[in-house]
Write a protein that binds this ligand. Structure first.
Ligand SMILES: NC(=O)c1ccc[n+]([C@@H]2O[C@H](COP(=O)([O-])OP(=O)(O)OC[C@H]3O[C@@H](n4cnc5c(N)ncnc54)[C@H](OP(=O)(O)O)[C@@H]3O)[C@@H](O)[C@H]2O)c1
Ligand SMILES: *[C@@H]1O[C@H](CO)[C@@H](O)[C@H](O)[C@H]1NC(C)=O
Length: 325
């Protein structure tokens, strides 16, 4: 009979069944843990406010845009690929019903593009309430930006450094306003190689990424000091480990691709990965905090290198020179 068959199956495969259940429960726990903390305050509205998000056509940038659009903000998607950006804007309008989603060209690997984007915004927009420096590139081959900077340092840090500086007057007249910079836990492995910021002598894609993410934290804290008393506050953050397109340059190798195809189900979804950015962009309790670093919707202490004031000052000075500010 069926039930005795099931009973004998169970007793014959007891160890396999227990193991499978154990692995299943473990994976569920890992998944739950990896999902991280949600930003649950959906009552904070952004009607009449203008938010700019770099790299908002995919990944956590797009998820952030959806959330802020749901809160009533006008959102400018600052992207390098206009087709991908327009598709994202159409999606966001459809999902949120908010038609106030603007697409503008910004290639952070070109200072010329950064300047013309900023010029356009400064001319045509009345205000910027939140600037979200989100775009990023990770572990690419030794590529250079249009201006000859190593790609990860150039896009992740220098492009955003110039962009933010060019938009500061607009941010100030919109105060209280915020600058949110998406860094990474990877900054903890980072060191500022001040003698060779572009890693021309010895390129290592991992350390170039870590250095660029350390630069994000140093930039945010130094910016906070420069903006003391203006009502413009700054935040840097680690969004979590997320299943996005960021690993596009890592997935080249077979081993990595196999590993990623498994772990992508265990790490954060883009929506989960956007939560700390959203928290830093909108949470009222943060309005008096500036220059700090966050993870999982809470303040966190960054690495020792990231807390070093000398590093921050030196990076600011060198960056200003590099982008000809
Ligand atoms: N995913 C993670 O696990 C993780 C962990 C820690 C930190 N982060 C940080 O989170 C941020 C967002 O990454 P994500 O995971 O959402 O990655 P993603 O899906 O790859 O999105 C990155 C975005 O940046 C844009 N971008 C890249 N180069 C650009 C350039 N030169 N000019 C303008 N835009 C450019 C991309 O545009 P295209 O689509 O046109 O390429 C894309 O919109 C990054 O700063 C990253 O360092 C991510
Ligand atoms: C959500 O934020 C609003 C301010 O925007 C605040 O009044 C309210 O108390 C917050 N709610 C929770 C549950 O924290």
């Amino acid at each position: 009979m069926a039930s005795t068959k099931i009973q004998s199956f169970i007793s014959n495969h007891r160890i396999a069944l227990i193991t499978t259940a154990g692995v299943g429960v473990t994976l569920l726990c890992v998944r739950r843990y990896a999902a991280g903390v949600r930003y649950t305050n959906t009552t904070t509205r952004l009607d009449g406010k203008h938010v700019i998000i770099t790299g908002a056509n995919t990944g956590i940038g797009k998820e952030t845009a959806i959330d802020l659009a749901n809160r009533g903000a006008k959102v400018t998607l600052a992207c390098r690929d206009m087709k991908r950006a327009q598709d994202a804007a159409d999606d966001i309008k459809q999902i949120t019903g908010n038609q106030n989603i603007i697409v503008k060209k910004l290639n952070l690997a070109s200072l010329k593009s950064v300047r013309s984007f900023a010029e356009d915004i400064n001319k045509n927009e009345k205000r910027i309430d939140v600037l979200i420096n989100n775009a990023g590139i990770m572990r690419c081959p030794y590529w250079k930006t249009d201006d000859g900077f190593e790609m990860q340092f150039g896009v992740n840090h220098l492009g955003h450094f110039l962009l933010t500086n060019l938009l500061l007057d607009k941010l100030k007249i919109s105060a209280p306003s915020r600058v949110v910079t998406v860094s990474s836990l990877a900054h903890e492995r980072g060191k500022m190689n001040f003698d060779d910021l572009n890693q021309e002598k010895n390129y290592d894609k991992g350390s170039a990424y870590s250095q660029s993410k350390l630069a994000n934290v140093l930039f945010s804290s130094e910016l906070a000091k420069k903006l003391q008393g203006t009502g413009v506050t700054t935040y840097s953050l680690h969004p979590g480990v997320i299943n996005t397109e960021l690993s596009r340059h890592v997935t080249q190798s077979m081993g990595w691709r196999m590993l990623l195809s498994v772990i992508k189900y265990l790490i954060k979804t883009p929506n989960e990965g956007a939560q700390t950015t959203i928290y830093c962009a909108v949470d009222e309790s943060l309005s008096e905090e500036t220059g700090k670093y966050y993870s999982d919707c809470a303040k966190k202490t960054p690495s020792k290198e990231a807390l070093n004031d000398e590093n921050a000052k030196r990076l600011w000075k060198l960056s200003a020179k590099m982008v000809d500010l």
